[in-house]
Design a protein around this ligand. Structure first.
Ligand code: DON
Length: 317
């Protein structure tokens, strides 16, 4: 009969095998290079981390090397907005009037749909949708930036910082995001100035975390909204399911179908090469490998999650 320690050791070994199989795929991807701080990322960096509900952590390789979480922050921003909705402040109706819940089928930074659909972004996981969520947060939080940092630090179990160089560079190269915000404003779907919204957005993209911290941080979404570390309810069951559903359908952009097919778990990617995944009632997972496939998701990350899901039979379908 297996003891817990045996099982934990088996999972360590399995993560190592999955990492070994996935790592070579990175050679066919491209590291994002729209800012030097990302272009300089070593394409050989890799880590796979899983945190179980009892807090047991399993990690491989560069599990303690920080990187900017980029679009993974869109999950935390949505959670914060959902928390406001949970508090009955009318945010729920407002949010879903101003942003949709459908996959876009377009790149994460596309402007096309926004023009055709009167400034209402398809979902909160693409750039336009995240800017919209940030606009909502600016309305409903006393200090949205501080609230975001407090939430992420609480979930990570330690203080998280911001990569100032990344933040500055994001701001200096934000022409497309600025264009999206302006387009939404032109349709009357932005209440704050473009600069205020962008400031919050570039700050959240530059939050610096490790795969170990991210695996911990998303566990509550796999645990009915309760952070297993503290026992604190972060989000109601219903809204937790909603966030997970949006991650599954929209979290990996135009590859969401492929992720559902191969991985079968709610996931969210960031352009620095990390992907978080939720294994309901079992664990939070994060993989990091900077080279991306054309949709903007980590290539070796996708391979690792497919392999992990297949080996442990994790698909929710
Ligand atoms: O706004 C941007 O384009 C980037 N700072 C974040 C995009 C991102 O992470 C897309 N994910 N793969």
């Amino acid at each position: 009969m297996n003891t817990d320690t045996d099982q934990s050791g088996e999972l360590d070994e399995l993560l190592r095998e999955v990492s070994d199989r996935a790592r070579p795929a990175a050679e066919d991807g491209e590291v994002a290079d729209y800012i030097p701080a990302l272009g300089d990322l070593d394409p050989r960096r890799f880590s796979l981390a899983a945190t179980e509900m009892d807090g047991t952590e399993h990690t491989t390789d560069d599990a303690d090397v920080p990187f900017p979480i980029q679009s993974i922050s869109k999950v935390f921003a949505l959670v914060l907005a959902m928390q406001k909705a949970d508090q009955g402040s009318g945010v729920r109706d407002e949010l879903w009037r101003r942003v949709g819940r459908e996959p876009s089928g377009d790149p994460y930074n596309s402007l096309v749909q926004l023009e055709r659909e009167q400034g209402v972004p398809r979902n909160p996981m693409i750039n336009a949708g995240a800017l919209l969520v940030d606009d909502v947060l600016l309305d409903h939080c006393d200090d949205a930036r501080a609230s975001m940092h407090a939430l992420v630090s609480e979930l990570a179990g330690e203080e998280v910082g911001v990569d100032e160089a990344v933040m500055q560079a994001e701001r200096d190269t934000a022409s497309r995001n600025r264009a999206m915000a302006n387009l939404m404003a032109s349709f009357g779907n932005l209440t704050h100035t473009v600069d205020e919204v962008l400031d919050l957005y570039v700050d959240q993209c530059a939050i610096s975390m490790t795969t170990r911290q991210l695996a911990r941080s998303v566990r509550f979404l796999a645990n009915d909204g309760i952070d297993p570390a503290s026992g604190r309810r972060i989000l109601s069951s219903t809204l937790t399911r909603r966030v997970a559903a949006i991650m599954l359908t929209c979290g990996t952009y135009d590859a969401a179908g492929e992720f559902a097919f191969k991985v079968g778990l709610p996931c969210k990617s960031g352009v620095a090469g990390a992907i978080v995944a939720l294994v309901p009632r079992r664990m939070g997972v994060c993989v990091w490998s900077p080279p991306l496939e054309p949709s903007g998701n980590s290539l070796a990350g996708r391979v690792a999650l497919s392999e992990l899901s297949a080996r442990l039979n994790l698909s929710i379908f």
